[in-house]
Design a protein around this ligand. Sequence first.
Ligand code: CAA
Length: 258
Amino acid sequence: MAYETLIVEIEDHICLIKLNRPDALNALNTKLLAELCDALESADKNDKVRCVVITGSEKAFAAGADIKEMSSKSYVEVFMEDLFADASNRLMGIRKPIIAAVSGYALGGGCELAMACDFIIAGDNAKFGQPEINLGVIAGMGGSQRLTRYVGKSKAMDMNLTGRFMDAEEAERAGLVSRIVPAKKLMDEAMGAAAKIAEKSTISTLAAKEAVNRSYETTLTEGLKYERRLFHALFATDDQKEGMGAFLEKREAQFRDR
Ligand code: CAA
C-alpha cells in the first residue's frame, strides 16, 4: 500500500518504515500516526515479515507531535478524541520486534515513538528530549513513564522539567539506547540487527518480546513464572527441535515458524 507520510519497503523478512515528512522534521500528525499504525499492523500480519525497523531522516527521526496541528485544539477536543490514545494502544499491540534507528532529533512524541519500539540504535548525531514543557504542556505519549523506566527518576525529571536534550553518548550511558554507531553506518547497523532477528524463529522472537515487556507490568516472581511458562511452551514447536538439533549436529538452524 502506498502511504503519503511513510516509505515502506519489505525485503529479506524485514519491513523498513521510513517516516517521510521532511518539511516538518517528521512531526507526527494525525495522518502519519494513522499510516504508521496501519503499516505496523500490516507487517505484524504479514508472514514474510520477521522484524520491523522504523527510521526517519538524517536530521530528524521525528521532532515530536505536530505542534501546528495541535496548537488551536481545546481541552474538550483533545479529551473527547483522546488524543494519542489510539496510536499508543495500537503501537503496544504490535507483536513482532521493532527497532528504532535514530539519527538526529528524537524529541517529544519522536522520543516517545522510539521508546515504544523494542530497542533503539542511535547514530552518534542523535538527540533525545522531552521538550513539551517549553510549550506549556507535558509529554503525552510516554515521555514521563517510559523514559523514567529507561533512565531512572533523576534523568527523567531533568529531561521532562528542563526540556534539555540528551546526546547519543549520554543516552547510551543512561540505558536509553542499546548501541551508538557513526551516523553514516546507522542503517547498516540497524538492518544488520534486524537481519539477525529475522534468522530466528518468529515464534521465539515474539515470545522473547512478550517476556521482556512483561517485566514492566508485573512482580519478579510472577514475571519469572511467566517467562518459564513461555520457555516450556516453546518445546511444543518444531523450531525448538530444529534449533537444538542443529546445535548438536553442528549446523545452521533453518527455522520455519512452526
Ligand atoms: N511540529 C510541527 N512542525 C515542526 C515540529 C513539530 N513538532 N518540529 C519542527 N517543525 C517544523 C518547523 O516548524 C519548521 O517548519 P517551517 O519551515 O514551515 O517553519 C521545520 O519543521 C524545520 O524546523 P526548524 O526550522 O525549527 O528547524 P531547526 O533546525 O531550527 O530546529 C528543532 C530543529 C530543534 C527540532 C526544532 O524544530 C524544534 O524545537 N521542534 C519542536 C520540538 C518539540 O517541541 N517537540 C515536542 C512536540 S509536542 C509533543 O510531542 C507532545 C507529545 O508528547 C506527544
